[in-house]
Design a protein around this ligand. Structure first.
Ligand code: PMP
Length: 450
């Protein structure tokens, strides 16, 4: 098999995610035969560096020998068993370790099988908690502008990126939306912390006015990833935690994208020293191997569901693959790598290299901002550097960077006009430099008048 034949076969039968299928007439999907560390190899033998960790899931490289071994071992024992009425050691050990690793006070782990489902679980649990507690008037959620929480209808409803949401608006529950503390909009000379703090009264006011009917605030701590990698300061999360307590509203931290070291700490919430009422985890949880998600919550929440069956207070939510044994074994191997290799500390060197190798982008005439939070670095292209007028979305400048980078053997998949790096942690400093060089050339090409 070669690329061409597989591409033809693919286009005859597959419908790809997040794609206008017609685009593939110009740039067909690339069939990947093999993965090895940061590398992906196609069927013609061409190599690509996976600079975005295959949609932010991969942490320790493709075909990681340690994760492979763990899954293979588990495969010989048990691939899957339903988790209602049954259990298995990988699910138990993983829950123990997640409880141990996550912010203090989170004592219960509920599994699902992808990030969107984790968000659905948190939303339903929060609503259901208040019902069980006799607060039946609480049925709304507060979200931030530019947020993203997944594609299922509940998760989409609490998200706020128009590109994904607008068309489905009539199907979605109404939410209360507060302006994001997105530091892209801070005044010149204003610190990100000052800006995030300055925006907080909008949230405080919303909580004050609506707390009687609000179940929870949902937030992506520190980085709104799908929302163009826009960032805010941890101070916002500290203020939010205090306000949620004050107004008796839950806090849902969606760390599906930012969890597991992406922001420089194991979980982004740590940087604000807060414990959410619900912590949603997925993506990197299995090192990028298998679909699995988890929602961690407090014993207060758990106890509100714990009663005689006839009280009908149980959380009867389920997914067939809840707590899949292979996925849990991949997750345990992933956590072993974190603890054995001192990953969080080692990533600091990589993060520094990401910073230094992109410093000169700040002087590019079409770069408005280079922003970074730990192992996430984003470069925002604009038409006018001074006014920050964006390029028209129809021009698809990011796609030009994507195309160029692929030619050069780098998988960058810009979000609109934002080029970003979110690499597996096994990337080398030299490879980071290479990403920066290719991104620079790609941005040059995409922003040069034709
Ligand atoms: N929450 C956040 C913050 C995400 O970034 C994503 C996925 N990009 C999701 C939820 C949804 O996860 P999944 O794609 O696994 O459903």
């Amino acid at each position: 098999m070669n690329n061409h034949d597989l591409m033809q076969d693919d286009l005859a039968v597959l419908w790809h995610p997040c794609s206008q299928m017609k685009d593939y007439e110009q740039l067909p999907p690339i069939p990947i035969r093999r993965g090895d560390g940061v590398w992906l190899e196609d069927y013609d033998g061409k190599y690509y560096i996976d600079a975005i960790s295959s949609w932010w899931v991969n942490l320790f490289g493709h075909a990681n020998p340690r994760i492979n071994t763990a899954i293979t071992k588990q495969l010989g024992l048990l691939e899957h068993v339903l988790l209602a009425g049954f259990s298995h050691e990988p699910a138990i050990r993983l829950a123990e370790r997640l409880v141990h690793l996550s912010p203090p006070g989170l004592t219960r782990c509920f599994y699902a099988d992808n990030g969107s489902s984790a968000v659905e679980v948190a939303l339903k649990m929060s609503y259901h908690y208040w019902r069980n507690a006799g607060q039946t008037q609480k049925n709304k959620f507060i979200t931030l502008t530019n947020s993203y929480h997944g594609e299922t209808l509940g998760a989409l409803a609490v998200g706020n990126v128009p590109l994904y949401k607008e068309i489905y608006a009539p199907l979605l529950m109404e939410t209360l939306t507060v302006t994001s503390p997105d530091c892209f909009y801070r005044e010149p000379g204003e610190s990100c912390a000052d800006y995030s703090q300055r925006l907080f009264p909008l949230m405080e006011r919303m909580l004050e006015q609506h707390c009687q009917t609000v179940c929870a605030v949902i937030v992506e701590p520190l980085v709104q990833c799908a929302g163009s990698m826009r960032m805010h300061d941890p101070v916002y999360l500290s203020l939010l935690r205090a306000a949620c307590d004050k107004y008796h509203v839950h806090l849902i931290a969606d760390e599906v994208a930012v969890g597991f070291g992406r922001t420089g700490t194991m979980f982004a919430c740590e940087q604000a020293g807060i414990t959410p009422d619900f912590l949603c985890l997925a993506k990197g949880l299995t090192g990028g191997y298998l679909p699995l998600s988890a929602v961690l919550t407090t014993s207060t929440v758990y106890q509100a569901f714990y009663d005689d069956y006839t009280k009908l207070s149980a959380f009867l939510h389920s997914h067939s693959y809840t707590g899949n044994a292979l996925a849990c074994s991949a997750a345990l191997a992933t956590l072993d790598i974190f603890s054995q290799d001192n990953v969080i500390i080692q990533n600091q060197t990589l993060a520094k290299r990401m910073h230094t190798s992109t410093l000169h982008f700040n002087d590019h005439p079409h770069v408005a901002e280079v922003r970074q939070c730990g192992m996430i670095l984003a470069i925002e292209m604009v038409k006018d550097k001074k006014t920050r007028e964006p390029f028209a979305w129809q021009e698809r400048r990011g796609r030009q960077v994507y195309r160029y980078a692929l030619e050069k053997g780098v998988l960058l998949r810009p979000l609109g006009n934002v080029v970003y790096f979110m690499p597996p942690y096994v990337i080398t400093e030299e490879q980071i430099q290479h990403l920066a060089d290719v991104a620079w050339q790609g941005i040059q090409l995409a922003t040069t008048p034709t």
